[in-house]
Design a protein around this ligand. Structure first.
Ligand code: BDR
Ligand code: CA
Length: 365
């Protein structure tokens, strides 16, 4: 009898384990489209790899545009990092070269005199030489030829087609300037109600900007585009601006931990040679932020968000001292603005644990 009972218990246990494993693997994965001004490693590159590897996410594609880097370089960076991580199933589509305001790049130096600088000297492609095309950018940077290629389709059309093919299911992670998304919603307004939600890294609502005293880089790079997008009536908008991003300080101890985690991973060398890696290697007191990586982290685990506020939001697109500034209205707001959840704090201890979890760093062959 005792023997029979033991067999029965172990049988029930086996069935329970099997069904719970099945239940986890059968959970629908969050379909995410990543729109990015891609760089190597921190921050856009790491944000992309986390999403590409997360078991609860299906990364539907990566669209690139100028911002941190010229779109040609960003496309090469995206392709290279996916190759390094053995991820061949995620399509990349190249998008906008320039912000919507005509001749913005030519005017940037003058504008800088007008607005003054923020606490970050980074100006992205406003201060960089434009590569001829993505292949040249790849070859010059990596000294070899790529084994993957971006789609022939423009990023704007890729966004439109992916949303239409997956109504109500796509989360957009907007971790660069908003040009691709602005043109997508202008060209195909029918996609707005079909998007499940949009999560931005952008803006600085309750604190100073980083690129100008008033504005954060992504939304300052293309204020007209950011305004079009945040004013679109999406079902849900979540924003991680500098308000939360500058609370998670990236220190040498975090860098050392990640380098250990990435032992034997090809991204380790890319991290070491990236701007952040080189700065940490040279100066143990160097600090940085992880910006876009937080967007991926809260998509993977929304319980990382510990504080947020609901406001109507907007972006100032009037050229002047506050060009590109993000605006938050708790109650009364100008006509045409939409609501968003502005994240103001995350659990940083759990964030660093997530980043060092090896399941996000498996190399796929
Ligand atoms: C944002 O600007 C870019 O430099 C980063 O990738 C991030 O998206 C921070 O202001
Ligand atoms: Ca970015």
């Amino acid at each position: 009898m005792k023997h029979f009972l033991l067999i029965a218990i172990s049988w029930v246990f086996t069935v329970l384990c099997a069904t719970s494993t099945w239940a986890v693997s059968a959970l629908p994965r969050e379909k995410v489209l990543l729109d990015s001004d891609m760089v190597e490693a921190f921050d856009d590159g790491i944000a992309m790899l986390l999403l590409a590897n997360a078991p609860n996410v299906e990364l539907m594609g990566v669209t690139t545009l100028s911002g941190n880097s010229w779109v040609e370089m960003g496309t090469a960076n995206a392709i290279r990092q996916l190759e390094q991580a053995g991820i061949r199933s995620v399509p990349v589509a190249a998008g906008l070269e320039y912000p919507l305001r005509p001749n913005r790049h030519e005017l940037f130096a003058l504008e800088r005199k007008l607005t003054g600088r923020g606490h970050d000297l980074w100006t992205g492609s406003f201060g960089l030489k434009k590569p001829t095309n993505w292949q040249t950018a790849y070859k010059e940077t990596y000294g070899t030829t790529p084994s993957m290629h971006p789609l022939a389709k423009h990023a704007v059309d890729f966004i439109i087609d992916t949303v239409r093919a997956n109504p109500g299911q796509i989360t957009i992670a907007a971790i660069g300037p908003c040009g691709n998304l602005a043109l997508a919603v202008r060209k195909a307004p029918d996609i707005v109600p079909l998007i499940k939600r949009i999560i931005y890294m952008g803006g600085a609502f309750f604190q100073q900007g980083n690129t100008t005293p008033a504005a954060e880089f992504n939304w300052y790079f293309d204020p007209e585009a950011a305004r079009i997008v945040v004013r679109s009536p999406f079902k849900e908008q979540i924003v991680l601006g500098l308000d939360v991003c500058e609370k998670v300080i990236f220190r040498r101890e975090h860098y050392d931990r990640l380098i250990k985690t990435l032992a034997n991973h090809p991204m380790r060398d890319m991290l070491r040679t990236s701007f952040a890696g080189q700065s940490f290697e040279k100066n143990p007191n160097f600090t940085f932020f992880v910006w876009d990586v937080l967007v991926s982290a809260v998509i993977i685990d929304p319980t990382l968000i510990t504080e947020s506020v609901e406001c109507f939001i907007d972006v100032n697109d009037q050229m002047g001292l506050s060009y590109g500034q993000s605006l938050a209205y708790p109650q009364e707001a100008p006509l045409g603005v939409q609501k968003a959840r502005i994240v103001t704090a995350v659990d940083s201890v759990r964030f660093w644990d997530l980043l060092n979890n090896l399941q996000y760093w498996q190399i796929k062959q």
